[in-house]
Ligand binder design. Structure first.
Ligand SMILES: Cc1ncc(Cc2c([C@H](C)O)sc(CCOP(=O)(O)OP(=O)(O)O)c2C)c(N)n1
Ligand SMILES: [Mg+2]
Length: 543
């Protein structure tokens, strides 16, 4: 029989994990020892637990499988709360494993170090931001608990929490079984698929809108096939930008209401048959709609249920639904709908003019046109809105939870899980939070390209509240910090310098490349400007 620590690692691998991110501490040293000595999964330590959580989240998103974040009890695990909350909000299956006091220590009566309030405070907190939890304090029950929790992570594409007392890591336990998938009622699934197809057939202007769940469940290619079989155009939500990038024939762009392409906005908002696949009904996806989308006439398949009008089909797994729809359309190969003309990507004017945020998108579009797209990780701030102007590249970003600090650690997770060298987009404010994690690249041979939007400002907040002085930041001269951290850094102030720096960075392998782009305060990307205008207009309409 394997020891509990090894049984847990083998179970993680059997459920799809391909690496572990973490930071050790005394309550998790025995488990880290098993991770290192077993070699069962590659593992990477970073510098601060928020980065561990963001990196694991990004790895889960790129791999469409579970990922793992390991920390010590209390001081370590509580540092994971924010990234795990973001993963929960954006349906990313991060498995949180926290070391913990030994079963015998718990009975000591001492106030144990790292303890905030009580021995069960931590699991109570994680209950709010995970879909299933287990405290492995009984080796006899542990394999079944692990199997249950890991199945929940896979089935619901949500984070889960496992607490591992340090004195049980070596306890002999039976191997962890993989449980069968949670069943879907075949009759409900059939009735639901038939009803959706009937609505789409009756619609004059049907549209598919896709969001993050189609990647979480690994069904992007199936959804593209569905769009082709139906002959219906597909758009992504703001959060879903970068989805279906391998299916340009069916993808017609990103819906952003008043902030987006007018043709796409009109196509979505006048549709009489809107099928929302894996869509999160968040304000960032729909708050700047020009016309309120009549959700009563839309069909929403998300979170393992399907809502049509005023009735709900519970417990309908998204992948099973897409399979059922495709089965009913076998042999149908209608042409994709005649959607809005795809606008060619913006390109950069190579001159000595100062740089505006949308110039960065144009320069990256040019780079991708020359060398092919790179997987991208964007932080929160104008860099995220600029990313909406970059075409044809997979993107991970906190588009709904909107937590800063995600970008650089997510880029490190992408170095491991994205299948190609990543491009990171991050503002100076967010870089101040987690940008120094780039110092971990040298140990692991990672070499992302990191573009820092340096406007010495919390510019996105200034757009909403221009009169406030607290949005002014100091200029930290980030490019000069790259060398000591093991990379190459360059500061650029003109469009020609930007293009040259990107080309040079792309040609340089083996060291991270930091391009510090100096931007004037008060300037934003075209997309953010439209988003803010749309947001203010929507707010005035409601006032
Ligand atoms: C962890 C965290 N803290 C605070 C915020 C609030 C916030 C924004 C959102 C609205 O909540 S946008 C923004 C400024 C971002 O500055 P920077 O990274 O330099 O990007 P840019 O200058 O392009 O804005 C802050 C502080 C946040 N989203 N996440
Ligand atoms: Mg800034």
């Amino acid at each position: 029989m394997p020891a509990l620590g090894r049984a847990l690692i083998d179970a993680l691998k059997a459920h799809g994990a391909q690496e572990i991110f973490g930071i050790p501490g005394d309550f998790v040293l025995p488990f880290f020892k098993v991770i290192e000595e077993s070699g069962a999964l590659p593992f990477y330590t970073l510098s601060h637990e928020p980065a561990v959580g963001f990196a694991a989240d990004a790895a889960a998103r790129f791999r469409a499988s579970i990922s793992v974040a390991v920390a010590t009890w209390g001081a370590g695990a509580f540092n994971l709360v924010n990234p795990v909350a973001g993963a929960y909000a954006e349906r990313s299956p991060v498995v949180v494993i926290s070391g913990a006091p030994g079963v015998h220590e718990r009975a000591s009566g001492w106030q144990l170090h790292h303890m905030a309030k009580a021995l069960d405070t931590q699991v109570k907190i994680f209950r709010e931001i995970t879909c299933d939890q287990a405290v492995l304090d009984d080796p006899g029950r542990a394999p079944a608990d692990i199997a249950r929790v890991l199945r929940s992570a896979v089935e619901y594409s949500l984070p889960v929490y496992i607490e591992l007392p340090r004195d049980l890591v070596g306890s002999d336990v039976p191997a962890v079984e993989r449980l069968d998938r949670l069943p879907a009622d075949p009759a409900a699934l059939a009735e639901c698929a038939d009803e959706i197809l009937a609505h789409l057939k009756a619609a004059i202007r049907p549209v598919l809108m896709v969001d993050v769940e189609i990647r979480r469940y690994g069904i992007e290619a199936k959804v593209a096939r569905l769009a082709r079989a139906l002959g219906i155009p597909a758009v992504t939500t703001f959060m879903g930008r970068g989805l279906l990038s391998d299916a340009p024939d069916v993808t017609h762009g990103t819906y952003m209401g008043a902030a987006g392409d007018h043709d796409i906005t009109r196509m979505v908002e006048t549709s009489d048959g809107l099928l929302l696949i894996g869509v999160i009904l968040s304000d960032t996806n729909f708050a700047v709609s020009e016309r309120k989308i009549d959700m009563r006439r839309a069909m929403l398949a998300s979170g393992r249920q399907v809502r049509i009008g005023h009735h709900v089909y519970p417990d309908i797994p998204l992948d099973a639904l897409i399979d059922a729809l495709l089965a009913r359309l076998a042999g149908h190969t209608r042409q994709p709908g005649n959607a809005a003309e795809a606008h060619p990507p913006s390109t950069l004017t190579l001159d000595d003019a100062p740089i505006q945020p949308s110039d960065i998108a144009a320069a990256i579009n040019d780079l991708f046109a020359r060398h092919g797209p790179m997987p991208m990780a964007a932080d929160m701030g104008d860099c995220l809105f600029t990313a909406m102007e970059i075409e044809g590249a997979p993107l991970v970003a906190p588009g709904y939870y909107a937590g800063m600090g995600f970008g650089v650690p997510a880029g490190l997770g992408a170095c491991v899980a994205a299948g190609g060298r990543p491009m990171i987009l991050v503002g100076d404010g967010a870089f101040q939070m987690t940008g120094f994690e780039l110092g971990n690249c040298r140990r692991y041979g990672w070499d992302p390209i990191c573009v820092v939007f340096n406007n010495s400002s919390w510019e996105m907040l200034r757009v909403f509240q221009p009169e406030s002085g607290f949005n002014d930041l100091d200029d930290w001269r980030f490019a000069e910090l790259a060398g000591p951290l093991g990379g190459d850094g360059v500061r650029v102030t003109t469009r020609r310098q930007l293009a040259d720096a990107l080309e040079r960075a792309h040609a340089t392998r083996g060291r991270f490349q930091l391009i510090e782009v100096m931007l004037p305060r008060g300037e934003t990307s075209e997309t953010l400007a439209r988003f803010v205008a749309g947001y203010k207009a929507a707010r005035e309409r409601k006032a």
